[in-house]
Design a protein around this ligand. Structure first.
Ligand code: HEM
Length: 386
């Protein structure tokens, strides 16, 4: 019996029931959001009897204009992307209809928006279930009366520069993709318009803070994130996350963290390069270059060279795909750095972690620090906890 007098199976302690409740709320909230953003994808389904919707597919003139024969020829040429002549500096304006733009738009607002929302939902559901079943990973031996310095102030600065800019970039980017379906109906067109334009400026300028953060953490931590034989044992023991007793030894970063590090660096680089193309349109040829390289190495037949517009469209799609991928990774990272593991946040909060936490999760690193401390006695890094 529980405190409300209802019967409950023996394994359902109060803690488990609360975790189940929290997990359920998180899953339901994420499900609502995911359903709300399905609209763009559904809006992309062609309607058979709507000529405007089917014209791009059948190569008809937009709006189903019939015209005379010569008009038809002319519009067909326009529709197929034949460029005219303009006297203004922007020569791209000579192309009135750019068919690849239709394809780009239907992919972006269709499958991309759809699968991206499901991927983020799946991550929230998995973490909620993990939390419900495993609960918070506690410090097995309880808190000690000592702490050890895990990250120096500059390391924490680099991390928070990267993290805070990434979170704002993610929120403002998601607003561009889904805002009109999620926020607009709630806050109305005027507030949504102001918020979105403000968000767009933030997105443009914070991109540079993100890139700076990326460079800083790469330089600071790359040597700690190279593969090491201890990683094999850590992986074979599943990082000890499924068992309360198991604490595989690890250096400063364990194998799981190394994966997060490299995904952040490589994913962040890819997002930065594609974002650069979007910030400074028609100045880069990243996709032509990459496709050429892939064709040479793998003997594939990817299209090259690409037009400047195709470069922009591919950059836009790739930017969104990589961003959502990294958002999913970082949702898991934020979970483990906050509610998922007792004592973890201190590492990036004050920089001082509990000695028992450090021994349980990074035993080899603790030994290394202690050996160094013994060598340079005096600059004591292990301190009594406050
Ligand atoms: C509220 C948001 C965040 C929190 C609470 C958080 C927390 C933490 C903590 C506690 C650590 C140190 C773990 C340890 O002591 O071993 C860490 C490391 C790290 N963080 Fe974050 N973080 C956040 C956001 C981000 C974001 C947005 C990124 C990247 C875009 C990021 C990238 C990293 C990387 C690469 C590491 C080193 C590898 C690792 O420990 O996984 N973090 N974070």
């Amino acid at each position: 019996m529980n405190d409300t007098g209802t019967a409950r199976p023996a394994f359902m302690s109060n803690g488990v029931v609360w975790r189940l409740r929290i997990a359920l709320v998180a899953i339901v909230a994420a499900l609502f959001l995911a359903i709300a953003v399905q609209e763009p994808a559904l809006a992309q389904q062609p309607v058979d009897n709507d000529p405007a919707a089917t014209s791009p597919v059948q190569g008809q003139v937009p709006g189903n204009t019939l015209g005379t024969d010569s008009d038809t020829e002319m519009w067909r040429a326009v529709r197929q992307g034949v460029a005219g002549q303009v006297s203004i500096p922007d020569k791209n304006a000579a192309t009135l209809v750019q068919s690849e733009g239709e394809l780009w738009r239907s992919i972006r607002n269709g499958p991309l928006a759809l699968y991206a929302s499901w991927a983020m939902l799946a991550m929230v559901v998995m973490l909620s279930l993990f939390f419900a079943i495993r609960g918070r990973i506690r410090i097995e031996h309880g808190r000690s009366d000592k702490t050890i310095t895990r990250f120096a102030a500059f390391e924490r600065f680099g991390h928070w520069l990267l993290a805070s800019s990434f979170i704002i970039l993610a929120l403002t980017g998601l607003n561009v993709m889904y805002g009109r379906y999620v926020l607009l109906p709630v806050i109305g067109p005027e507030a949504f318009g102001s918020l979105t334009i403000f968000g767009k400026y933030l997105h443009n300028y914070l991109a540079f803070a993100f890139m700076a953060g990326l460079v800083i953490i790469f330089v600071m931590w790359v040597s700690h994130n190279l593969p090491h034989k201890t990683d094999i044992k850590w992986v074979l023991q599943g990082g000890g996350i499924f068992s309360r007793k198991l604490h595989p030894p690890a250096k400063k970063f364990n194998a799981g963290q190394k994966v997060i590090f490299w995904l952040t660096i490589l994913g962040g680089l890819s997002i930065s390069l594609s974002g650069w193309t979007l910030l400074f349109p028609y100045t880069t040829h990243f996709f032509s270059g990459t496709f050429e390289l892939v064709n040479t190495v793998f003997g594939t037949a990817l299209p090259t060279p690409l037009s400047p517009l195709q470069e922009q469209q591919l950059a836009s799609l790739w930017h969104a795909i990589m961003s959502v991928f990294l958002i999913c990774v970082i949702i898991a990272h934020i979970y483990i750095g906050t509610i998922g593991m007792e004592g973890a946040f201190d590492a990036m909060g004050s920089g001082e972690v509990d000695l028992n936490w450090a021994k349980e999760h990074h035993s080899i690193w603790v030994d290394e620090v202690m050996a160094r401390e013994a060598e340079h006695k005096g600059s004591a890094k292990i301190q009594p906890a406050e």
